[in-house]
Design a protein around this ligand. Structure first.
Ligand code: FES
Length: 107
């Protein structure tokens, strides 16, 4: 048995497309995800707020904090955790910056 898992990274943006401080929505199988460029790097998380369904990519990015556009719940992009209740957590997806762009593993 081989001791590794196969990862299927897909290109989602060009190398210069997402400057620091910006974010964008990615659609995957009909579900929104959000790609954020924070001071500590790139992050991809679920893009629907677990409170009432706000589209997180339409919110605001302050440093590493993503603020929902509807009722201002705040999520830490580095962990996916809600700021006031760490049992609420957005799923995160592996992301890599390569020479030719930004890649995400959606599996
Ligand atoms: S829907 Fe996101 S805080 Fe209410």
């Amino acid at each position: 048995m081989l001791g590794y898992s196969l990862m299927a990274f897909e290109k989602v943006a060009g190398p210069e497309e997402l400057p620091p401080g910006e974010m964008r929505e990615l659609m995957r199988s009909g579900q929104p995800l959000v790609l954020c460029h924070t001071p500590d790097g790139l992050h991809v998380m679920e893009g629907t707020c677990p409170h009432a369904g706000g589209r997180l990519a339409q919110g605001a990015l302050h440093g590493s904090t993503l603020v929902c556009p509807w009722h201002a719940w705040e999520f830490d992009c580095t962990t996916g955790e809600l700021d006031f209740h760490d049992s609420v957590k957005l799923r995160k997806f592996p992301v890599e910056r390569r020479d030719d762009g930004i890649y995400v593993d959606f599996d």
